[in-house]
Every structure is written in structure tokens, then in C-alpha cells.
Design a binder for this molecule. Structure first.
Ligand SMILES: Nc1ncnc2c1ncn2[C@@H]1O[C@H](COP(=O)(O)OP(=O)(O)OP(=O)(O)O)[C@@H](O)[C@H]1O
Length: 360
């Protein structure tokens, strides 16, 4: 169906005189999982609430499956949008059993059909046999599965998940994130997740939007965000890495302290686009390999143990720092000089900021 899924086009939201979100665009195709990712206060929840129909927009449009839900002149009430929600605090009814909670939104169904649907959902979220329990008898992770089942029961056109795992410990968060993705894919549910946790966004979503101060910096797949960040903000926000000063030396080549790389150079860094050819090259920890035979040396300034690997902070002769992921059996001491080699597949670089831009 044309226009199936969620379309958010140029929306603006404000509280009083304070503009919170402006000119925000993105779309989530039918059956796809989208995610809004950003620091606290960047406006993620406000956008989610606008889509749910809990906030009015001042400009732009929100449509679902081709139906206009919100504009300056139109506001379909939340309860008529066919949208399900899962919140951080589960928001289960404590006096209802698990089955009662899941069946809550199915009042229109005959008792037998309701019971069948509740049974399907209990099965789907791995809680078959727990229908007669009360929420307080369940763990946090189980309660969140009940909340998910309750939201999915009426077969919503769109499911919104607001920081759904943030009350859970890290390990469970990761596992439940994977499970929720599997369940949403199994049921073909179109969904939008809000989180400030990058790992969660990458584990659950097909497309992730990085938001900053109410603006969408980039809406892309996790792979593209990591390997083709649209700007410095996204490059710094997603993953780890450092920017090293360099220079464009040809249509496809850049040179910096670690040597010369000739590969596809970002369009914004083409020689004709830059007066002085000065750029900053992004170097990720996985771009730097430890190699004793390499003439390129760096000093170990710091190291963080990550189980299979160490994340080394290395000092270059120029004084610039680098990060490198090194297998953890290479246990070097602070202050030791080690050989390194770069293995950069494609260049991520940004035009060097002028002094005014850098201080803005
Ligand atoms: N009801 C409100 N009245 C006034 N200002 C609000 C209201 N709700 C949110 N804000 C402000 O709008 C901005 C965006 O808030 P929002 O909750 O959308 O951010 P967020 O990215 O979801 O943050 P968090 O991850 O902390 O929930 C913040 O500056 C916040 O203080």
C-alpha cells in the first residue's frame, strides 16, 4: 500500500515559547523498526508523544498508513489512532492478572476470542502458563514482556516504545532488546523506539535517527551511521574514535600523521570544495591494529579491559591521541611504545573548522 508506515514531515513542537523540535523529518516503512536516539532533553519523547496524539504539532504533518493524523489544523485523538505504547515503567494494572492486563484492550472481542488472543500473546512473549499471576509476582523483564503483549494484543498499526528497557539491568536489557526485535519482526509490527542507549538502538532498530537539540542530524541504518556519519556530531556521538588533522592530496587521497590513504573521499572534502585542503580524519579504534613490525610507534597512555580486547589510548609523536582495540592477550604496560598499523577501509573526514566555527 502506498504510504504504508509512519511519515513524519517537517514537524515543529514547542512548550510555551520554547521550541523543542523543529523541521523534523523521518519515515518508518511498514514492518520496520525505527529508533530516535539522543541525549536526554533532545526532544525524543516529545516527538513520540506527538505521534501518539498526546502533543499537538505547530507545523508539518504526521501520517500513518497514508492517513493524516496531525497537522496544524488536524489532530486525531490519541485513542482513535490505533497506536500502541510501551513505557519505561511498564504501567501494568496491579489489580489485574497477567491475562487480564493483556486482554485489557480487547474488550470488543467475545470472551472466547479474547482468551485465544491472550493465549497467543502469552506464547509469543514466552510467558505461557503465567496468565493467572499478578504483576508483582513477575520480574522486571517479565513485566515488560506483559506490557509488550498488552500493547500488541489489539494489533496496533504502530507500536511506540519509550525507553522500554531502561529499568532493567544491562545484561537483561540486551537480551530483552533482541527478543523484542524478534517478536516485532514475527508479527510484522511497525514500531518506533526511543532511547539514549546506542547499543540498544543498534540491537533493536532497522533505522536510527540521531537527534540533537530538537533537530534530526541523520536518519540511517546503524551501519551507515557508524561508517558514513553525516557530520561531526554524529561521528562523535556514534561509536568511538578521534579526529586527526589531515590534508587532501588528490581527488581520492588524504594524508595525515598515520600516512596516506587513497580511497573514496567524502564529497564535502573534494579538493574543489576546500580552499586549503585541510580536513579532520575520523579514526575508529578498529582502524588501528597492533603490529610489532610496524615502524609507526605510539605510546600506551591508557587501557580499558573489555574481556576479549583492550581499548588502548595511544599517544602519537605529535601529541595527538588515538584509540585502538587490541586482543587482550597483548597486555602492554602504560608508557610502553608499541607498533601500530592503520587499516582504514574508507575515509571518513570533515572539512577543518575555522576558528570561529570551532568556538561556536
Ligand atoms: N510538558 C513540558 N513542559 C515544558 N517543557 C517540556 C515538557 N516536556 C518536555 N519539556 C522540555 O522539552 C525538551 C525535550 O524533552 P523530551 O522529554 O522530549 O526529551 P528527551 O530527549 O525525551 O529526554 P529524556 O531522554 O530525558 O526523556 C526538554 O528541554 C524538556 O525540558
Amino acid at each position: 500500500m502506498a504510504g504504508a508506515g509512519l511519515q513524519v514531515a517537517g514537524i515543529r513542537l514547542a512548550f510555551g515559547k520554547a521550541m523543542v523540535v523543529d523541521a523534523l523529518d523521518f519515515s518508518v516503512a511498514e514492518g520496520e523498526i525505527g529508533c530516535l536516539l539522543g541525549h536526554s532533553g533532545c526532544g525524543k519523547t516529545t516527538v513520540l508523544r506527538a505521534i501518539a496524539g498526546l502533543e499537538r504539532i505547530l507545523a508539518g504533518e504526521i501520517s500513518l498508513d497514508g492517513q493524516l493524523l496531525s497537522s496544524l489544523y488536524r489532530h486525531i485523538p490519541a485513542e482513535a489512532r490505533g497506536i500502541g505504547m510501551v513505557f519505561q515503567d511498564y504501567a501494568l494494572f496491579p489489580h489485574l492478572t497477567v491475562a487480564g492486563n493483556i486482554g485489557f484492550g480487547l474488550k470488543g472481542l467475545a470472551a472466547a476470542a479474547r482468551e485465544t488472543r491472550v493465549g497467543e500473546l502469552l506464547e509469543l512473549v514466552g510467558l505461557a502458563g503465567s496468565g493467572a499471576k499478578y504483576p508483582h509476582e513477575l520480574s522486571g523483564g517479565q513485566q515488560q514482556r506483559v506490557a509488550l503483549a498488552r500493547a500488541l494484543a489489539p494489533r496496533p498499526r504502530l507500536l511506540l516504545l519509550d525507553e522500554p528497557f531502561s529499568n532493567l539491568d544491562v545484561e537483561l536489557r540486551e537480551r530483552l532488546g533482541q527478543e523484542v526485535r524478534t517478536i516485532l519482526k514475527q508479527t510484522g509490527t511497525t514500531a518506533l523506539l526511543v532511547t539514549h542507549d546506542q547499543h540498544e538502538a543498534f540491537a533493536v532498530a532497522d533505522k536510527v535517527g540521531v537527534m540533537h537539540q530538537g533537530v534530526m542530524k541523520q536518519w540511517a541504518t546503524p551501519y551507515e551511521l557508524y561508517h558514513e556519519p553525516a557530520d561531526r556530531f554524529v561521528a562523535n556521538f556514534i561509536g568511538e574514535g578521534v579526529l586527526l588533522p589531515g590534508k587532501v592530496t588528490g581527488p581520492q587521497c588524504v594524508e595525515f600523521e598515520l600516512g596516506e590513504i587513497c580511497s573514496l573521499v567524502p564529497r564535502s572534502c573534494c579538493p574543489e570544495c576546500l580552499g586549503d585542503g585541510l580536513i579532520d580524519v575520523l579514526v575508529r579504534p578498529d582502524d588501528i591494529l597492533h603490529d610489532d613490525a610496524s615502524p609507526l610507534r605510539a605510546t600506551v597512555l591508557g587501557k580499558a579491559f573489555r574481556g576479549a580486547q583492550f581499548l588502548y589510548t595511544l599517544g602519537l609523536p605529535s601529541g595527538h591521541k588515538l584509540l585502538s582495540l587490541v586482543p587482550s592477550h597483548h597486555d602492554h604496560q602504560l608508557g610502553e611504545a608499541i607498533g601500530i598499523r592503520m587499516e582504514i577501509d574508507h575515509v571518513i573526514a570533515f572539512p577543518r573548522l575555522t576558528q570561529t566555527q570551532a568556538h561556536a
